[in-house]
Design a binder for this molecule. Structure first.
Ligand code: TYD
Length: 228
């Protein structure tokens, strides 16, 4: 079998989320994984949060511009939840029902890490919002990209160029260290769903690690074997 050969499962699609702090390379890795899966003739939808649907993109603008912060941590969290509600209902769930594999740049773990662990929003409130917005929809696999904070922030600064840092990029260094710890904790607490991937290597090496995790977790003995 070639490097891209996979066994294609049938029925409902699979929901794969990517998580990590600033500059960990999520979008690069999502693109590489999408290319690999498409080469294996899988039906793929790439999306992101906050955003991913017309309604949620409006909310994205509100939170990343810092306007949500002015309302306080709970209300800012509600904006993320409202965006997720629209995104799940209008984009993610329909795609999964049609058999597509959905690759999502950030999802509910971002709320747990950014607003829960670091934003001091009580976990009870976050869980309640999660029940309303996503119900039983749980990612089949969550890839958490792990990288030393200083390297991630440096990468984010290069990517930004002369543009201003957004609402979260401009947080203190201690916030970003806390974020890394919060994600490591999520990975340790939910080992069946989450894989912590060392992202401190060149993009192709990291992509191979992601691919190995995906094959081990989601492409076991199923339907027809296809090669790309
Ligand atoms: P984005 O420009 O997409 O950044 P990144 O490339 O790091 O994903 O900005 C999304 C920001 O929103 C990011 O800093 C994380 C934050 N965020 C939350 O705080 N809570 C959430 O629930 C989500 C989805 C994102």
């Amino acid at each position: 079998m070639s490097k891209n050969a996979v066994q294609r499962p049938s029925g409902r699609g699979r929901f794969i989320t990517f998580e990590g702090g600033e500059g960990t390379g999520k979008s690069t890795q999502i693109k590489k994984l999408a290319d690999r899966l498409k080469a294996a003739r899988m039906r793929i939808l790439v999306t992101r949060e906050p955003g991913g649907s017309p309604g949620a993109e409006i909310m994205r603008h509100l939170v990343l511009s810092g306007m949500g912060k002015l309302l306080g941590p709970e209300a800012e969290t509600l904006l993320f939840a409202a965006a997720r509600d629209d995104h799940v209902r209008t984009v993610i769930q329909p795609a999964l029902n049609q058999g597509a594999w959905v690759l999502c740049d950030r999802f509910a773990d971002s709320t747990r890490a950014y607003q829960g662990s670091l934003g001091s929003v009580p976990i009870g409130l976050i869980n309640a919002m999660q029940r309303v917005t996503i119900g039983d929809l749980k990612p089949d696999l969550t890839i958490i990209l792990d990288l030393p904070v200083e390297i991630g922030l440096q990468r984010a600064a290069v990517r930004r160029g002369t543009g201003a840092p957004d609402r979260f990029e401009s947080e203190q260094l201690s916030f970003h260290h806390g974020l890394r710890e919060a994600y490591r904790k999520i990975a340790a607490e939910e080992p069946k769903r989450c894989v912590l991937i060392d992202a401190n290597s060149d993009p192709d090496t990291v992509a191979d690690r992601v691919w190995t995790a995906l094959r081990e977790r989601l492409l076991p003995a199923t339907a027809s074997v296809i090669s790309a």
